[in-house]
Design a protein around this ligand. Structure first.
Ligand code: GLU
Length: 557
């Protein structure tokens, strides 16, 4: 038996080694995203002399066309920008969706669905892109939307992954007539196949208006009218006043200092950077490189760290405009005290960490992309419709989907359950408030020079995906591709379960046994989609780490 396991491990290792072959580095600029046409749109802007922010805006609009499950103009997210070394401070553009004015704490009832007009927050993407453009853009706004307009208007060949995704969507969303009409397979067939052309004329027109009249068109013009009509037709909550009042904000990023590196990411309403910072501060004093990446000791430490940090996340984090988030969460002493509570010999059950149990429904469908230009400016952007294809409500006549981001609020005040519902105060619904997010686009810098650009989809797993990647690169010296490919680990306090992507790989058999003996409940599932760039600090070459877990489009020169 032992020999068979050994043999299996060797084969898996050979397969893995082939899979891990890294792409050649680039000199002048690179875009990594979930979709090839999305990355190509950014590259075209870089090649025409645009900077990383110009390219990121082009990619964001293009993904709204080519990756409709999460790319969007009807959702929201976060963008982190690190200017070239010596040319200014890193900054964050926060364009998270906002609760409409008509909402209140107990607006949602137990039997309210997840795919309705009522669960959309006021979209932030268009204002967010415009704010980033106003601050850093070097190319005309309209020219950055042009690639997306062409993709929508002329169409583009769908990939196998997109064909499967659309087929799945169409077979499970029969009641959404407008979505069915817009995503109807071409020709006589009733299924999508790789290579079929997806044309989205109405989306093309909407993008044309946004290109021509600027972001106000979306919030005050014809598109705002179309959203308003859609809301009225389906008992939605977003009013014209909500759209007019929506604001994206430029924010000072949170900076985490870890082993000589500075990690910049968004503040609240994202919980990502705070939780990531707490975890990194907890493990910092330990020399995990010496313990080995896949040793049961390292895996145990990481799982316990995640579990404890996520309980703090649930307790304290909500929109900073509405709640006070203790500054101590990011203090090294606090992290050290929390780390001192870990038991190196056994798993501490989640129930013992706190009695109040959080967790509301989140899903796995956001998208992250990274861009670096030839001047060394870096952009890390994560944005989302919340669930795959958001609320599935397609704005009639405008050709785009609205988010169902209101699901990220705690719906039932005071009601927390072991199955995962959270009712804690910081994230209760209030008009104008932005819901907690796990999105964690980050840029890691060394002495003011951008070094790693990363982020991921995957609701709460996002934070741990980024944690895994940073540890892989900083502590274990992996290159970008290896760090992205390496098996990921996740624990989010509740449910009391650890997820390890290679839990069933014979290579990890003895570590898994040891962890189970320590009291861990370990299972397996795919985690995240983290399109990453590593900038070599000496050569300045740009090394892409494309994530092949879903698909992936690399474009550089
Ligand atoms: N809506 C989630 C958040 O902002 C992300 C959902 C996902 O990644 O699938 O945290």
């Amino acid at each position: 038996m032992k020999n068979i396991s050994f043999f299996k491990s060797i084969i898996l290792l050979i397969l893995a080694t082939n899979f891990l072959s890294a792409a050649e580095p680039f000199k002048n600029g690179v875009v990594v995203s979930v979709s090839q046409p999305g990355s190509d749109a950014g590259l075209a802007i870089l090649k025409s002399g645009g900077n990383a922010v110009d390219a990121a805006i082009a990619t964001a609009f293009a993904l709204a066309v080519t990756h409709p499950a999460a790319g969007n103009i009807g959702g929201g997210g976060f963008m982190v920008v690190h200017p070239p070394a010596g040319k200014g401070e890193p900054t964050v553009f926060e364009y998270r969706e906002m609760a409409p004015k008509a909402t209140f704490e107990t607006i949602y009832k137990k039997n309210d669905g997840m795919f309705t007009h009522k669960v959309s927050g006021v979209p932030g993407t268009v204002r967010g892109m415009a704010l980033a453009h106003q601050r850093f853009g070097s190319k005309p706004w309209a020219s950055l939307i042009l690639p997306a307009i062409e993709l929508a208007d002329k169409g583009f060949p769908v990939s196998k992954q997109l064909a499967n995704s659309l087929n799945g969507l169409l077979s499970t969303s029969k009641e959404f007539a407008e979505l069915q009409r817009v995503f109807k397979p071409t020709g006589q067939k009733n299924v999508w196949q790789a290579g079929d052309i997806l044309v989205q004329k109405e989306l093309g027109k909407t993008l044309e208006r946004i290109a021509k009249y600027g972001p106000d068109e979306f919030y005050l013009g014809e598109t705002a009218d179309l959203i308003n009509n859609e809301m009225k037709s389906g008992k939605g909550l977003i009013s014209k006043e909500d759209l007019a009042n929506y604001q994206a904000r430029e924010r000072k990023p949170i900076r985490i200092d870890y082993k000589g590196y500075s990690i910049y990411g968004p503040p609240s309403p994202s919980s990502g950077t705070i939780t990531l910072g707490l975890m990194l501060n907890m493990i910092e004093p330990t020399n995990i490189a010496k313990m080995g990446r896949w040793s049961p000791e390292t895996l145990h430490l990481l799982i316990e760290t995640m579990k404890h940090a996520f309980s703090e996340r649930a307790r304290h984090i909500g929109d900073q405009g509405f709640v006070d988030i203790p500054e101590s969460l990011l203090k090294k002493e606090f992290a050290r005290e929390l780390a001192a509570k870990l038991d190196s010999k056994k798993a501490i059950p989640s129930m013992e960490i706190a009695k109040e149990i959080p967790i509301s429904k989140e899903s796995d469908d956001t998208t992250h992309f990274s861009v670096v230009d030839g001047q060394g400016m870096a952009v890390s952007n994560t944005y989302t419709l919340e669930q795959s294809y958001g609320s599935k409500v397609m704005v009639k006549g405008a050709g785009f989907l609205l988010n169902n981001e209101m699901l990220d609020f705690n719906w039932f005040p005071g009601e927390t359950t072991t199955s995962g519902r959270v009712g804690t105060a910081p994230n209760l619904i209030k008009p104008g408030k932005k819901m907690i997010s796990s999105q964690t686009p980050v840029i890691v810098a060394k002495d003011g020079v951008p070094h790693i650009v990363t982020g991921s989809p995957g609701s709460r797993t996002i934070i741990n995906t980024v944690f895994n990647i940073i540890v892989n690169i900083i502590d274990f010296q992996m290159d970008a591709q290896k760090a992205v490919d390496a098996a990921r680990l996740h624990h989010q306090w509740f449910p009391d379960k650890a997820y390890f992507e290679e839990a069933n790989n014979p290579m990890h058999e003895s570590a898994m046994k040891k962890l189970r003996d320590m009291g861990h409940n370990i299972t397996t599932r795919r985690q995240g989609d983290a399109h990453t760039i590593l900038i070599d600090l000496k050569t300045k070459l740009l090394h892409p780490g494309l994530d092949h877990r879903i698909e992936g489009g690399l474009a550089g020169y």
